[in-house]
Design a protein around this ligand. Structure first.
Ligand code: FAD
Length: 421
């Protein structure tokens, strides 16, 4: 710690300027910024290592921000919080995030949809930047220390308790994260403390929801269903598959199989593109399906393809054929070439659907739940209920899609808390 060592009071408490609870993305930023402006900072993290969720973010590559440099355009992604966050993002937004990391030897690279990643493609390098900064700024970091209680009196936090030790400071930054992936340490402790202190804590959106897809042909089949094996691909790599009834909707796909896969799909969407491939004949391999088509084409030579396929795919044949523009559905089957038939077989075994998000409140992949923004001064991230308490990151109820917008929110709110606490 800085200059004077922290006095130990009554053999139990440690006094300092700022205590940051939680060493995830926003807590790391808050602790770094507060210490670099000269505050004596104590960082308490219950895991043995810092930044456990950052390390798995973006599939281990860390989609660190979204390179939308126009603050107004960027804020459109934060839904109802757009206005409230303007001052915060104007002070520390995407350009400042780029500057923060590149000036600390972590150059960033921008990919499709403006997703920005460290050039090294290693999320652990993001944590390393903070570890170095915390050490340089003499932050006292205590890992393996779980805070069990936040004490408050007369509208102020008076101390935090961990392992029967009371830690006291002038200001407190609460950065304990939300509830997703609890194995990373985010177990919702902060929500409980904030509610006990009188804050309104909104519940997170459900993740058992339909999926939104972009292909128009799938929307035309709304209300129809097909028994299929659906295989999800993340960034073109096979992730997992499920078989069951797939229900088409005006926006995408649903049905129990899809609903139950949604939470896993949400994780894949954090990493990048997701394609769902529908195998409409899971019980037949390509050879068997080809033989089935040959038999049907022979038996119904003078019928058009659309009508023959109706026998195989009741209710969905026309929509499915719309997905294959190179094949004429009005063609008599006797004139369908071998190449066309083989293409049809391959397509019916792997119809691609681009998954654009979860159909939650915003029909998008959202992360939310937490303290209502109205209860926080968004210029400083100070609680409007507790004078010396600052709230950051996933503890705030702000809906946003995947694409780097969550971590940007952590950098912004962590910076403001670090500057103000
Ligand atoms: C699989 C996955 C991938 C993601 N990928 C991306 C991505 O690429 N880009 C993006 O923008 N967003 C991504 N996100 C979201 C992003 O990671 C989070 O928004 C962000 O990490 C939240 O940071 P935070 O500081 O609020 O909390 P967290 O990172 O959750 O950190 C909270 C910390 O507090 C500690 N803590 C909790 N309780 C206590 C306690 N009682 N005492 C002491 N310490 C405690 C925890 O151990 C934890 O280290 C992803 C999320 C997930 C689940």
């Amino acid at each position: 710690m800085k200059d004077t060592p922290l006095p130990v009071t009554n053999g139990e408490s440690v006094d300092c300027d700022v205590i940051v609870i939680g060493g995830g993305a926003s807590g790391l930023m808050a602790a770094t910024v507060a210490a670099e402006r000269g505050q004596r900072v104590l960082l308490l993290e219950k895991n043995r290592e810092l930044g456990k969720k950052v390390r798995i973010s973006g599939g281990g590559r860390c989609n660190i921000t979204n390179a939308e440099m126009d603050v107004r355009m960027l804020l459109k992604k934060y839904g109802e919080a757009e206005q409230a966050l303007y001052a915060a993002f104007a002070r520390f937004g995407v350009p400042e995030t780029f500057e923060f990391f590149t000036s600390r030897d972590l150059p960033l690279t921008v990919e499709v949809n403006k997703r920005a990643f460290p050039e090294t493609e290693r999320a652990a390098d993001v944590v390393r930047v903070f570890e170095q900064a915390l050490a340089a700024a003499q932050v006292e970091v205590k890992t393996g220390v779980a805070v069990t209680k936040v004490r408050s009196e007369n509208g102020r936090v008076s101390g935090v308790v961990a392992d029967n030790v009371v830690y006291r400071a002038r200001s407190y930054v609460l950065a304990t994260g939300g509830v997703s992936h609890p194995e990373t340490g985010s177990t919702g402790d902060g929500f409980a403390w904030l509610a006990a202190m009188g804050h309104t804590v909104a519940a997170p959106s459900p993740t058992i929801v339909p999926l939104a897809t972009s292909e128009a042909w799938s929307h035309t089949l709304a209300g129809k269903s097909v028994r299929a094996k659906v295989t999800f691909y993340s960034e073109e790599k096979k992730a997992f598959a499920e078989t069951g009834n797939i229900l088409f909707t005006h926006f995408g796909i649903s049905g129990p199989t899809v609903l139950n896969a949604a939470a896993r799909v949400a994780d894949l969407l954090w990493k990048g593109s997701v394609i769902a491939r529908l195998d409409c004949f899971p019980e037949l391999d390509e050879g068997a399906l080809d033989r089935e088509l040959v038999a049907r084409f022979d038996a119904e030579k003078n019928k058009v393809l659309r009508n023959v396929l109706r026998g195989l795919l009741p209710g969905v044949a026309t929509g499915v054929l719309a997905a294959l523009p190179t094949i004429d559905p009005e063609k008599k089957v006797h004139s369908v070439t071998k190449e066309e038939r083989r293409f049809l077989v391959r397509s019916l075994k792997a119809l691609p659907l681009t998954v654009t998000g979860l159909m939650g409140f915003d029909r998008a992949v959202v992360a939310d739940g937490g303290v209502l923004l109205a209860e926080v001064d968004t210029k400083t991230m100070r609680s409007r209920l507790m004078d010396n308490l600052y709230i950051t990151g996933d503890l705030l109820h702000i809906r946003r899609p995947s694409g780097g917008f969550s971590l940007q929110l952590c950098w912004t709110t962590g910076y403001l808390a670090g500057m103000s606490a």
